[in-house]
Design a protein around this ligand. Structure first.
Ligand code: ZN
Length: 270
């Protein structure tokens, strides 16, 4: 029998991950413990694990950040081995976690995104990268479009988060918490968010595999917005911060993919 004094386990969540979808726990082994994680999400989850141990050594040394693959069960994080079996053991940990691969260094910078609306349709880009209304220091795009415009995936991936329950809208940041959105995880580790969709306007669910150009939902005027539009971002996600990234779009047959410019109108021509 091991003498185990379990220290308090803190759980700190800083993401939209539901508590039942991710957990870190331990299993007893012949030599000590194996710390493992369950990740029911459809994207990798990165976790920072701060161990508090006495009379145990960790097979991962001082390593603190771990990336747990999507849809994994009892994924091994670190083995803790008892140093002296005659002495009491102390063991506790605190975790912080979020969607995404915290260690992602590269992604496809040349990917040619589709415009996120229907073929033959034309919309104004009312705010572009670093736009002065609400996009300071952000690579975000606002396409002005009437409520109920069909939105099509700019890139293939898997739906990892959907919020479509809100209807409130106001023009200041206090309404950001009412944003409705669809989040899609891309094969290169980046995410796209399609924001301000109408209440009940998502036509996809978490876990759906999405092809490029697939209809995903209806635009709206919900959350932090000054009028009906689609706010579109692509980003990389670290445990405590997200970073929006610039992307290129294919805007016409045979044309090279380009970054979109504020106050231009764009037609999806193919
Ligand atoms: Zn915006």
């Amino acid at each position: 029998m091991k003498q185990l004094f379990l220290w308090v386990v803190f759980l700190m969540v800083c993401s939209g991950i539901a508590q039942e979808n991710f957990k870190i726990y331990y299993q007893e082994t012949a030599d000590g413990f194996l710390v493992v994680a369950d990740n029911k999400e459809y994207a990798p989850v990165s976790a920072e694990l701060n161990l508090k141990i006495a009379n145990l050594t960790s097979s991962q040394g001082d390593k603190k950040i771990f990336v747990i693959p999507a849809q994994s069960k009892a994924y091994p994080i670190t083995e803790l081995t008892v140093i002296d079996r005659k002495k009491p053991i102390k063991f506790g940990f605190a975790t912080t976690y979020n969607f995404g691969d915290h260690e992602l260094k590269t992604y496809d910078q040349d990917y040619a995104y589709n415009l996120p609306f229907g073929t033959g349709e034309t919309f104004w880009l009312t705010q572009g990268y670093n736009g002065s209304i609400s996009h300071a220091n952000e690579y975000a795009l606002d396409f002005k479009m009437p409520i109920g415009t069909k939105i099509y995936a700019a890139r293939e991936g898997i739906v990892v988060d959907v919020e479509e329950s809100f209807s409130k809208r106001c023009t200041d940041q206090s309404c950001a918490k009412y944003n409705n959105y669809i989040t899609i995880y891309h094969p290169d580790g980046t995410f796209a968010e399609y924001t301000h969709i109408k209440k009940g306007g998502a036509k996809v669910e978490v876990g759906d595999a999405i092809s490029k150009g697939q209809f995903i939902g209806y635009s709206g005027d919900v959350g932090w917005a000054t009028g009906p539009h689609l706010h579109f971002i692509v980003y990389t996600q670290q445990i405590k911060s997200m970073k929006t990234i610039p992307t290129k779009f294919r805007i016409g047959e045979g044309k090279e993919a380009v970054q979109l410019q504020e106050k231009e109108q764009y037609t999806r021509a193919y």
